[in-house]
Design a protein around this ligand. Sequence first.
Ligand SMILES: NC(=O)C1=CN([C@@H]2O[C@H](COP(=O)(O)OP(=O)(O)OC[C@H]3O[C@@H](n4cnc5c(N)ncnc54)[C@H](OP(=O)(O)O)[C@@H]3O)[C@@H](O)[C@H]2O)C=CC1
Ligand SMILES: O=C(O)C1=N[C@H](C(=O)O)C[C@H](O)C1
Length: 271
Amino acid sequence: MSDMRLVVVGAGGRMGRALITAVTEMDGVVLSGAIEREGSDCLGMDAGTLAGVGENGVPVTEDALAAFAASEGVLDFTTPEASLWFSELAAQARIVHVIGTTGISAEDEERIAAAGRHCPTVKSGNMSLGVNLAAQLVREAARALDEDFDIEILEMHHKHKVDAPSGTALMLGRAAAEGRGIDLDSRSVRTRDGQTGPRPKGDIGFATLRGGSVVGEHSVILAGEGERIVISHIAQDRSIFARGAVKAALWARGRKPGLFSMADVLGLTGA
Ligand SMILES: NC(=O)C1=CN([C@@H]2O[C@H](COP(=O)(O)OP(=O)(O)OC[C@H]3O[C@@H](n4cnc5c(N)ncnc54)[C@H](OP(=O)(O)O)[C@@H]3O)[C@@H](O)[C@H]2O)C=CC1
Ligand SMILES: O=C(O)C1=N[C@H](C(=O)O)C[C@H](O)C1
């Protein structure tokens, strides 16, 4: 089979550059386009040079329509607004859409799912093997322990991150809620300040830290009387997300349209 032609959108971003590197280094894929937003300083640059992997002759352009028409898949770690737009373009072009963007509203999630009825779409708040496995462990731990164990989720990311809690923290929270058989939205506590009163039994708490260049760290703490279980994941390099995204594109190639998760790609049931 020929190499899968992949276009990277948000090519100049932290993940965009990691994705160009992953596509360059991995077998079975080739970079067919690199897209940035109108007015970006990256327009016209060579995508390989931009990512630091050597000139590859693929210019960064703003013409997503033309790039999608010449590609079999799109790797998209951008912004919620941009991902919504790219989901419509991918649906029209009937190409694989891999979405890593976080902070997407519930309403836009539904629109992305609707677009996924026309093209294979893989979407996950975290494309790494480790986090998806951790989500499985969290689900199992929450299933095994009763509400005497309080569940708290702590995350830290770099100072440039614009959404909170992280997509991964929410994914881990969903896994815990599923394990416990409760609805996350009605039982999650996103902030605490002032006279909060004692902790209600059964809530799932979230705490967010931001600073420096931290790639991404998550801990799920199950705190009981006299003991604590902590399930943690530390991302040391963005290549784990980028390589996961390329794997997802290859997995989705030739599949029927639908919305899939990284757990489907990795063969982990229900993560
Ligand atoms: N699921 C996962 O495994 C992971 C998810 N993420 C998520 O990916 C997203 C991006 O993260 P990160 O790379 O750090 O962010 P960056 O801000 O570094 O990158 C986003 C890029 O998208 C560009 N962009 C914005 N709008 C458009 C548009 N309409 N067309 C084309 N390009 C556009 C931005 O351009 P400009 O800056 O010029 O506006 C920027 O270059 C975030 O939501 C983050 O949470 C990150 C890591 C892993
Ligand atoms: O913005 C980031 O950097 C990351 N975002 C994702 C998230 O919101 O969980 C994944 C990863 O932790 C890095």
